[in-house]
Unconditional design. Structure first.
Length: 159
């Protein structure tokens, strides 16, 4: 099954339902968020998070025959930003990932150089703009619109 396929997402949610029950009912983690195979647990105590991580590793290995990803399973301060579902999430705000910003800058340059047609760029930018709207990105979006030549020829882009 291809990664990202709706079927694989569905089965990941079904399979990992047991993890949800374990974390919420056994560990009693109050702030637990899971999207498909990514999850975050928030707690003020680093020691508590380390304890829970060990218990989750044991549960996943014993009950679901899964392992946590070594590089992606970290205990970090929310003040440094938690990378989750496409954003860097902080306590009171969220930002876009740097690679996403770099990617849209590259597409703006291609459009400005005439390598992407206006209608195609309009689709690309509107999709990115909708995604970026979920983050604290108002000023960034305005900056990118100013950088983009000929956007005034696209009626829905003149905001």
């Amino acid at each position: 099954m291809p990664l990202g396929n709706l079927t694989s997402q569905f089965f990941a949610n079904v399979y990992l339902n047991e993890l949800d029950k374990f974390v919420k009912h056994k560990l009693k983690a109050r702030y637990y968020i899971r999207y498909v195979d990514d999850f975050v647990i928030l707690h003020s105590s680093k020691e508590q998070l380390e304890k829970w991580k060990k218990e989750i590793e044991i549960f996943l290995k014993g009950e679901l025959k899964l392992e946590l990803h070594l590089d992606k399973s970290k205990i970090i301060s929310l003040s440094k930003g938690v990378d989750f579902v496409g954003f860097r999430n902080f306590y009171h705000f969220k930002l876009l990932r740097k690679r996403n910003i770099i990617n849209v800058k590259r597409k703006i340059k291609l459009f400005n150089d005439g390598k992407i047609p206006a209608e195609k760029f309009k689709e690309i930018f509107q999709g990115w703009s909708a995604y970026a709207s979920w983050a604290n990105s108002y000023n960034l979006k305005r900056k990118f619109i100013r950088r983009t030549t000929a956007l005034n020829t696209l009626p829905s882009m003149r905001r």
